[in-house]
Design a binder for this molecule. Structure first.
Ligand code: HAM
Length: 427
């Protein structure tokens, strides 16, 4: 019988990888707390209509990438979430989250899109999403971009470029869309089938076509910037001034339109050249119309999401950090009563904040010491029958040329404090 395998484009994350994920997640969550964002959790499954209304009918996601089905028991059309913003806004409306003022929230977890799998593009992938609900900006738009830059720095990631655009208001875009359609019609002979279809359903999407021939055509198309009114330009100017004040560099990309239709004014993407075709590690923007579009009281909002798989691939590529922290201490124990005694010592140190691995299983002292070395720990605490009898613990500093010491059991914490810095990171 053939073994059953995981679904194509949906990956297992095995322990070595998962440790890197845990490290990444703890860094990201720490960073989110620094900026005052609070966690919000929504179901993986939503009514299909939510995504149709939020993301837009004429988008790749809604047209061809959603995992949708009919739940016959309840006669409902359901969908595995392809992104988190729609759910977040749905939940905010449903629970009147903004009744006492704006909210900064984040969410994380798997998202599902039926795309063609390739490196950096999966059918189940993971995002961290960050949303500022009820804030008109542009201050909070700048906050999001500055936050991202701070995260790249914190993770040791270099060379992630910022592309920024302002796509104005729905009215401004409607005028532009009409002009763009006229332009595309004039050049229809040079468009591919996809662009021809998009010209009718969602002409702005032709602007980020990957086909070089279509790219050449749209390079000469009128620019959306020329259709923006005073208010849209003022919003953008204020954002740019804040970014300059924080020395954030960006490229104005007037062709940047994003693949979801809920955006207005600010849109941005962070892109790396080191990941091949799937170089966008993070994207987002303002979506002031979405609350009303989903039946709620109108509220301005803005946000972004980043792809964990792509950021972890970039961390791999950069060879930077990403390693889970090594234990501070490895407890070596052998002989009658040694494990229970060592257990107590280890627990006391864990309570004091140390990462402690205690050896389990009957193995010789010699091989336990080599495991202690390999673990990356700075210090081995050794418990044999003698130590148990005499209420002592032996201590060997693994990264220094000093003789082994024998300590009173009560003095272990102090000796560890004097020799093992708590703040150490990777092994
Ligand atoms: P998005 O651009 O569709 O935006 O996705 C955000 C990020 O998720 C991408 O930049 C990429 O890193 C990652 N990603 C998307 N699709 C895949 C895939 N198939 N495989 C691996 N990674 C992927 C959104 O989802 C919006 N909800 C962002 C947002 C939040 N806008 C406002 N608030």
């Amino acid at each position: 019988m053939n073994p059953i395998q995981a679904v194509r484009g949906m990956n297992d994350i095995l322990p070595d990888e998962a440790e890197r994920w845990l490290w990444f997640e703890s860094e990201v969550q720490d960073w989110l707390a620094q900026y005052g964002y609070r966690n919000l959790r929504t179901p993986l499954v939503e009514n299909t209509q939510l995504f149709r209304r939020a993301i837009g009918e004429a988008t790749d996601i809604v047209e061809k990438e959603m995992y949708s089905w009919r739940d016959e028991l309840n006669s409902e059309e359901l969908t595995l979430r392809p992104e988190g913003t729609a759910s977040c806004v749905r939940a905010a409306i449903e629970h009147s989250l903004l009744h006492d003022g704006p909210k900064r929230v984040w969410y994380a977890g798997p998202m599902y899109r039926h795309e063609r799998p390739q490196k950096g593009r999966y059918r189940q992938f993971h995002q961290y999403g960050v949303e500022a609900l009820g804030y008109p900006g542009p201050d909070v738009d700048a906050e999001h971009i500055v936050m991202c830059a701070a995260l790249w720095r914190r993770l040791g990631l270099e060379g992630i470029r910022l592309e920024l655009n302002n796509i104005g208001s729905a009215e401004e875009r409607a005028k532009y869309r009409a002009e763009l359609r006229k332009f595309l019609l004039k050049n229809v002979d040079r468009l591919d089938e996809d662009a021809k279809r998009r010209m009718q359903t969602n002409p702005l999407r032709t602007l980020d076509s990957k086909n070089p021939l279509v790219k050449e055509v749209v390079a000469a198309a009128p620019s959306l910037m020329e259709f923006l009114g005073e208010a849209s330009l003022a919003h953008f100017d204020a954002l740019k001034a804040l970014l300059h004040s924080q020395k954030i560099e960006f490229k104005l990309n007037t062709r940047l339109v994003r693949g979801l239709d809920y955006y207005n004014l600010t849109v941005f993407e962070w892109v790396s050249d080191r990941l091949g075709a799937q170089g966008t590690v993070c994207g987002g923007g303002r979506y002031d119309g979405l609350f009303a579009q989903l039946g709620g009281k109108a509220a301005p909002a803005t946000g972004f999401a980043m792809g964990n798989e792509r950021l972890l691939a970039l961390l791999d590529e950069a060879g930077s950090a990403g390693k889970p922290p090594a234990p501070h201490i490895y407890v070596v124990c052998r002989g009658e009563g040694a494990f229970a005694y060592g257990f107590g010592v280890a627990e006391a140190l864990r309570k004091a904040g140390y990462r402690v691995v205690q050896h389990a299983g009957e193995t010789s002292f010699k091989s336990q010491m080599s495991r202690a070395n390999a673990s990356g720990a700075l210090c081995a605490l050794i418990v044999g029958e003698n130590e148990v009898k005499e209420n002592k613990v032996s201590m060997k500093l693994l990264r220094e040329e000093v003789p082994q010491m024998t300590l009173e059991r009560d003095g272990v914490l102090l000796a560890v404090r004097n020799n093992v810095p708590l703040a150490r990171r990777a092994g």
